[in-house]
Design a protein around this ligand. Structure first.
Ligand code: PLP
Length: 223
């Protein structure tokens, strides 16, 4: 079932990319495995999936221990508490949800020196009410400047979780605004747009997504 879902999502990504004249290979599928048992991750892994996203630190660390033998790239996409930065810095390859300078500084200080710089995205609160997390759009230029200076982080781009919308054009709007704000910074290091979930995958790809974060369509509805 998971393998079938995965094939279906890959086909959707490919089709959306072609519809918007984009290279399908420029869009990474992140399998959001929060609340899912390690067996579900194994099933997706056996079907070729390598990038997995988790939202809760303790839960993720437990699964990482169970899955130590697998060559998985781990992405953290949830809210970050400062008492978790040490574990996050040591056990993840990517953090999508950086939204304060203090958290960024702690992640940089706590990144083990044996590891490559930690890939990070700044979470931007693009439609106000949707989520309490994320910097405001007008803070983006300064936050990019400050976070880019931190030695053990590699600032890659932005992440957004817009308010859910049914209408396709309304889904596109916040992503368009954020994409353009990043483009204006004219920084080639910012190559990552973590845009799109199960409900707005196509709209996100239409507006430049390079990482889509898919849970429900892959693993089924969360309990
Ligand atoms: C849970 C979650 C997802 C996946 O959402 P689905 O609608 O299940 O695809 C994506 N991004 C974040 C930040 C999440 O917390």
């Amino acid at each position: 079932m998971i393998a079938q879902n995965l094939n279906h999502i890959r086909a959707q990504i490919r089709q959306a990319a072609l519809d918007y004249k984009r290279d399908p290979a420029s869009i990474l599928l992140l399998a959001v495995s929060k609340t899912r048992p390690a067996e579900d991750i194994v099933a997706a892994y056996q079907a070729g999936q390598r990038h997995f996203g988790e939202s809760y630190c303790q839960e993720a660390l437990k699964k990482q221990q169970e899955l130590g033998a697998f060559n998985i790239s781990w992405h953290f996409i949830g809210p970050i508490q400062s008492n978790k930065t040490k574990a996050l810095a040591a056990h993840f390859d990517w953090i999508h949800s950086v939204d304060t300078l203090k958290i960024a500084q702690r992640l940089s200080e706590q990144r083990p020196s044996a590891l490559a710089p930690l890939n990070v995205c700044l979470q931007v609160n693009i439609s106000g009410e949707a989520s309490k997390s994320g910097i405001a759009l007008d803070e983006l230029p300064q936050m990019c400047r400050l976070v880019a200076e931190l030695p053990n982080l590699k600032l890659r781009g932005v992440m957004a979780i817009p308010a859910p919308r049914e209408d396709f054009e309304q889904q596109r709007e916040p992503y368009k605004v954020l994409y353009q704000a990043v483009a204006k910074l004219d920084n080639p290091e910012l190559d990552t747009f973590s845009f799109g979930m199960t409900g707005d995958l196509k709209a996100a790809i239409a507006e430049g997504s390079t990482i889509v974060r898919i849970g429900t369509a892959l693993f089924g509805a969360r309990m």
